[in-house]
Write a protein that binds this ligand. Structure first.
Ligand code: SAM
Length: 225
């Protein structure tokens, strides 16, 4: 699906751009972006995600973000104090994430550096992950899933970077497999981000739902003995 796209350097950021398109259409991972860090500081906007993964009082769950994408959700959780391992299977998106993480770590903003230090990044397909290939897998409190859903369309609500991801990767149809694998791995819960009206995943109803204006978080409790 990656024909027509290439990676270029725009303003010293590794960026994804359609061949022949203007630099202004390029997208990059930027953990120093004011809009992203505004979300970090805005309690109202982030509470759905934080509550969904189980941030409460001083408790900060460890999170495996199995579908990292541009790493925004992972960054929001790391900014809350969670240790987050980001998995990304697409090599172009992985390269963007790696570049964004390196720049975040080198940032002059201490809050950005602190959050980036809690982020780990692995170029791997989540469904290929097992205890032999990822030694920390047994101790992940939460597996977080935000797959690319077929119903996503270009609209004013789809941000530029997500639209580029949709064009690059297309819709995935393995969300059910991701869900089953996540339930087998997570020690405490699986959290699935879905568009507001999308059906739930899996063979059981979510234990908890947190609804936002355009999306929701479905929480499946998976306590392990
Ligand atoms: C909708 S994006 C995630 C956006 C992300 N939550 C964010 O905040 O930027 C989905 C990403 O998951 C990745 N992905 C999908 N299935 C995957 C899998 N099985 N293993 C690893 N990455 C996967 C895709 O390549 C894509 O980059």
């Amino acid at each position: 699906m990656s024909e027509g796209f290439h990676l270029v350097s725009v303003e010293e950021k590794l960026s994804l751009k359609r061949v022949g398109a203007a630099d202004s259409s390029a997208v990059a991972v930027d953990f120093t972006a004011p809009a992203l860090n505004y979300r970090v500081s805005s309690a109202v906007r982030q509470q759905g995600l934080s509550k969904a993964v189980g941030v409460k009082g001083s408790f900060r769950p460890s999170v495996l973000d199995a579908t990292a994408g541009f790493g925004k959700d992972a960054y929001l959780l790391a900014s809350q104090g969670c240790d987050v391992t980001m998995l990304e299977r697409d090599p172009l998106v992985f390269a963007l994430l790696k570049d964004g993480l390196m720049r975040g770590l080198a940032s002059q903003q201490s809050a950005v550096v602190d959050a980036c230090r809690r982020l780990a990044l692995i170029n791997r397909d989540f469904v290929e992950l097992n205890s032999d290939t990822f030694s920390g897998v047994g101790s992940v409190d939460v597996v977080y899933l935000d797959p690319m859903f077929p119903e996503s369309k270009k609209s004013a609500r789809v941000k530029k970077d997500m639209f580029a991801l949709q064009e690059l990767l297309g819709a995935a149809n393995d969300a059910e497999a991701l869900w089953s694998h996540a339930c087998a791995i997570a020690c405490r819960r699986v959290v699935v981000k879905r568009s507001k009206s999308a059906p739930t995943l899996g063979n059981r109803a979510p234990d908890i739902q947190y609804k936002g204006t355009s999306s929701r978080f479905d929480v499946y409790l998976t306590p392990k003995p």
